[in-house]
Design a protein around this ligand. Structure first.
Ligand code: PEP
Length: 251
């Protein structure tokens, strides 16, 4: 299974900034990227097509949309469809990111609807899950992860190709805080995510990628990526700089 090294640029970067970062990333990463790695960038929508054009033709590079709505087109002001993302060069979509759950108020059912719709309409989807600090302290990590995963994949056909659906385990308390989860916490959570995926999709869930996200940096990435059941990383802050994310992608 190829490791997926994903950059989430969130609501950062003008087009000029996005272009410079994408060009630096390709220049520093493409010549050294091994066959068992893939690089995925989630730019803001305004830079998606431009970044897709920059990475086009680079082996192992992909672009994705940070969000999408579950309709093909229509009177949905402010929204964007999977088809529009694909038209701009995206092959991936993100669902369930903690900022969409906890700042924008998306619930499990809505996230599940988007996940199934994106997959049915040609996107590969990364479904993000993760507990808040009070849930970890209260001993409910597994209950939270199980609820978020089961709701998130509820309408995904069980015959889905395993490389089309990934889970990103992102403990909310580790996102953008500099506080990375410990190796044991990551391995325990990822093993549990794998167990739930197997219970839903059967043995082929062993081929679904489980990414870790939460304060990944060049200095900690090689240790994290080597852990059991860690099939990639989803990186926010440290992906905003081309050199920094290149070091992560090649770690
Ligand atoms: C994220 O945005 O998904 C994320 C993990 O952010 P950071 O790397 O900044 O913690």
């Amino acid at each position: 299974m190829k490791k997926l090294m994903a950059a989430n640029w969130k609501m950062y970067k003008t087009w000029d900034e996005a272009r410079d970062t994408a060009e630096a990333l390709v220049k520093l990463t493409a010549p050294a990227l091994s066959d068992d790695r893939e690089v995925l960038v989630f730019p803001p929508f305004t830079a998606l097509k431009g970044v897709a054009d920059i990475v086009a033709g680079q082996k192992g590079f992909f672009v994705g949309g940070q969000d999408f709505y579950s309709a093909e087109e229509g009177a949905f002001t402010g929204e964007i469809s999977p088809g529009m993302l694909e038209d701009a060069g995206a092959s991936y979509g993100l669902t369930g990111h903690s900022e969409r759950r906890h700042i924008l108020g998306e619930d499990d059912a809505y996230i599940g609807q988007k996940t199934a719709y994106g997959l049915a309409n040609g996107l590969n989807v990364i479904l993000c899950v993760g507990e808040k600090i009070e849930e970890r302290k209260g001993g409910s990590v597994e209950a939270v992860l199980e609820r978020q995963i089961r709701a998130g994949v509820k309408d995904v056909p069980t015959d889905i190709a395993p490389n089309r659906l990934s889970i990103a385990y992102e403990p909310v308390w580790a996102i953008g805080t500099g506080e990375v989860a410990g190796p044991r916490e990551i391995e325990d959570a990822h093993a549990f995510v794998r167990k739930i995926l197997i219970s839903v999709f059967g043995k082929k869930a062993n081929e679904m990628r489980i990414l870790y996200g939460g304060s990944v940096k060049p200095a900690n990435c090689s240790e994290i990526i080597a852990l059991d059941n860690v099939d990639g990383v989803l990186v926010g802050g440290a992906s905003l700089d081309g050199e920094s994310f290149s070091q992560i992608a090649l770690a």
